[in-house]
Write a protein that binds this ligand. Structure first.
Ligand code: HDE
Length: 707
């Protein structure tokens, strides 16, 4: 037992995350001011049955701290999960940018990434139908660079002015605070039906992209066009992408809703467990480069955040890899307090005039001041730059740095002029000198007026199953809307995207297909705005873009896929161990599920512990199901309603199912076809016979033909 409390070195210039870690091993309990506590069970009272005394500074300190433990949750993106990692380049980007961390493939840049949903509050489910935030903080030698993106490449609105309206519309309705973490309600669709510029984003949000299988299986996008600036001060427009090495995969909406009840932390747990078990999530950084001279060459405006640059027009070049390899030590200190800001950029990167990006440049700093209590949030360990910080900013709420000396101004002679400005040659940040010569106006450029052509491009690029899911999502969402006029207005908008889409959704809602309402302009208030304009009728020269469909994603591995092995006493031990060995080698995760926890006896008498019982897990939490033989086991399972339900649900959710030996008897009790008509249902006598088909079926992710 330690006898003396260690003093931390408060004079050190940069306190990093490591030195800030508390190690309570072998230490006494103390107050926040270091006084050792002798009784942490009882408050100080006048007699053992008497009133508590005001002088109990120990209890008051403890409870006061507790009372103040919460900070405001993020106004959007409140629900999230984060992880540490590294970023490493494949090739130098020096031709386009002078950003230090994009020069040398040998350099590893530390990162912190936070994924999030948008609409729900901090404790809401991970599986809401929603956009996912994908925010990356690069701790570069030249300062912090934040790439604050989403898992969808476009946004609902074109101008930051509309953001509070959008968020008010999607959040739970103010009179009754319902529904939580869901866009399926009147105020959201009322707003959307009056904002045709959201048509493209609505296609993405109603697609399966909005219900990812895992954070590890999502793409990321910077959304806006940014600029790269090279040593010669030449600017190149750039769009950022993150491409997951496991491919882009989603769950079914029915499944998402069940997961929300069974395990609302599904994505958080998946990320945590993958990192803990060494299956580190990986993405490649992709960039699309567009020379300044080509700015006006496209049929859309590069500054319009409701448009993508189709990969057919500008290919995505993969230039580096992001690997997440360490879970946070403390959720609040790191994931909750991490402060992203699109305005955190480094020399070599600059902004474009995208009006949404320009508004964000204000919002993120403002929001941190509110959430984190003042302008010193950069001193919170997770937000600290690894590049040294020297300036004359002082004081304010909860200042950590103890600045020494009497000089806190510039120019000065008393400190030898330090710290002094850095020339561009010495890494000083200088904004790109874009020429601006225009009148001040509140206007939307005519080049932003095509709202539908890329919505149509997205819909046309989806596979048949994806289109089916998208139609069902709209039927669900609009089906929850109560005001008929809103539904009708949305059918009008959908008819501008695709006639088949509009009539399929209308049929589900029991409505006729209506023509879009006139005027189809920004909002009802547009009458008072003489500058409001009708969306233009345009069509994309590209009819189908492969990159937009998840059908074309990576499907070559079963790495980290979760397989449920259903067993009961009497199971065939060999069939479990052979399958386990083979599948684990390929990186899958196998868990046994049995009617009860504890030891399950194989037919040969050997015991295997059950990882879960049918009570403690659910079919929706797995990617595939394996039913080994063993007549005792299969007889028990075939009479167990939960086991039958488990298999039926896996079938409904299009998952691979494999049975070996007597295992097929369980399948006969379910809806699963055992006649070979479904190539992702594998029935074999031995596991080795089943292996190839089973692995291929799991790697396919899902057999979408089923649902
Ligand atoms: Fe955000 N956004 N946003 N956003 N956003 C926030 O900042 C905002 C937008 C995004 O994990 C807030 O710290 C405005 C687009 C992510 O901590 C806030 C506008 C994109 C995160 C804010 C947008 C994003 C946020 C809330 C329109 C994709 C979570 C808490 C002009 C490119 C970051 C916070 C994290 C968070 C404002 C639009 C991504 C209020 C005003 C477009 C990933 O500042």
């Amino acid at each position: 037992m330690a006898t003396k409390k260690k003093n931390s070195n408060i004079s050190s210039k940069q306190i990093n995350l490591e030195t800030n870690k508390e190690d309570a091993a072998d230490e006494f309990l103390t107050t926040n001011h270091g006084v050792r506590i002798n009784d942490n069970q009882n408050s100080l009272k006048a007699g053992d049955r008497g009133p508590t005394l005001l002088e109990d500074f120990i209890m008051r300190e403890k409870i006061t701290h507790f009372d103040h433990e919460r900070i405001p949750e993020r106004v959007v993106h409140a629900r999230g999960s984060g992880a540490h990692g590294v970023f490493q380049l494949y090739e130098s980007m020096s031709k386009w940018t002078k950003a230090g961390f994009l020069q040398d493939p040998k350099v590893e840049t530390p990162v912190f990434v936070r994924f999030s949903t948008v609409a729900g509050s901090r404790g809401s489910t991970d599986l809401a139908r929603d956009v996912r935030g994908f925010a990356v903080k690069f701790y570069t030698d030249e300062g912090v660079f934040d790439l604050v993106g989403n898992n969808m490449p476009v946004f609902f609105i074109q101008d930051a002015m509309k953001f509070p309206d959008l968020v008010h519309a999607v959040k739970p309705e103010p009179h009754n605070e319902m529904p939580q973490a869901s866009a399926a309600h009147d105020t959201f669709w009322d707003f959307i039906s009056l904002m045709p510029e959201s048509a493209h984003m609505i296609m993405w949000v109603m697609s399966d992209r909005a219900i990812p299988r895992s954070y590890r299986m999502m793409e990321g996008f910077g959304v806006h066009t940014f600029r790269f600036i090279n040593e010669q001060n030449r600017s190149t427009f750039v769009k950022f992408h993150w491409k997951p090495l496991l491919g882009v995969h989603s769950v079914l909406w029915d499944e998402a809703q069940i997961i929300s009840g069974r395990d609302p932390d599904f994505h958080r747990r998946d990320l945590w467990e993958a990192i803990e078990t060494g299956a580190f999530p990986e993405w490649e950084l992709g960039i699309q480069l567009i020379p300044e001279a080509d700015e006006h060459k496209f049929e859309f405006d590069l500054l319009d955040p409701t448009k993508i640059v189709p990969e057919e027009l500008v290919p995505v070049r993969r230039v580096g890899k992001l690997t997440l390899n360490r879970n946070p030590d403390n959720f609040f200190a790191e994931t909750e307090q991490v402060a992203f800001h699109v305005g955190h950029i480094v020399p070599g990167i600059d902004f474009s005039n995208d009006p949404l990006l320009q508004g964000r440049l204000f919002s993120y700093l403002d929001t941190q001041l509110k959430r984190l209590g003042g302008p010193n949030f950069h001193e919170i360990p997770v937000n600290r730059s690894i590049a040294p910080v020297h300036n004359n900013q002082r004081d304010a709420q909860a200042r950590q740095t103890i600045n020494t000396g009497r000089v806190s101004y510039e120019p000065n002679s008393l400190a030898g002029g330090c710290p002094f400005q850095a020339s561009v040659k010495n890494g000083g940040f200088a904004s790109f000198q874009e020429r601006v010569d225009a009148s001040k106006v509140r206007e939307r450029s005519a080049s932003f007026h095509d709202h539908f052509s890329q919505a149509t491009l997205f819909f046309n690029s989806q596979s048949e199953a994806e289109q089916r899911h998208l139609i069902n999502a709209l039927r669900f969402e609009l089906g929850k809307v109560e005001v008929q006029a809103i539904r009708k207005r949305m059918i009008g908008i959908l008819s501008k995207i695709d006639a088949g889409l509009a009539s399929a959704v209308a049929e589900g809602l029991g409505l006729p297909v209506t023509k879009p309402e006139r005027p189809l302009n920004q909002s009802f208030g547009a009458d008072t705005n003489p500058k409001s304009v009708q969306p233009t009728d345009a069509s994309s020269t590209i009819e189908v873009s492969e990159a937009l469909s998840m059908e074309n994603t990576v499907k070559d591995s079963i790495k980290s896929r979760k397989i449920a092995v259903l067993i009961a006493d009497g199971f065939n031990g060999d069939q479990v161990s052979v399958a386990k060995e083979t599948l684990l080698k390929q990186g899958a995760v196998l868990k046994t599920v049995a009617p009860h926890l504890g030891a399950v006896l194989a037919a040969d008498g050997k015991a295997l512990p059950a990882d879960f019982s049918f009570f403690t897990t659910a079919s929706v939490l797995f990617d595939a199901v394996y039913v080994p033989g063993g007549s005792g086991s299969v007889e028990t399972l075939a009479q167990n309603a939960d086991a039958i339900e488990f298999v039926n649900e896996a079938y409904k959710h299009c998952k691979a199912i494999c049975s070996v030996g007597e295992g097929s008897k369980l399948l006969e009790e379910t809806r699963v076809p055992t006649d070979g008509s479904d190539r992702t249902i594998i029935i074999a006598e031995t596991y080795p016979d089943a292996n190839n088909g089973f692995v291929k079926a799991i790697a396919q992710h899902r057999n979408w033909e089923r649902g």
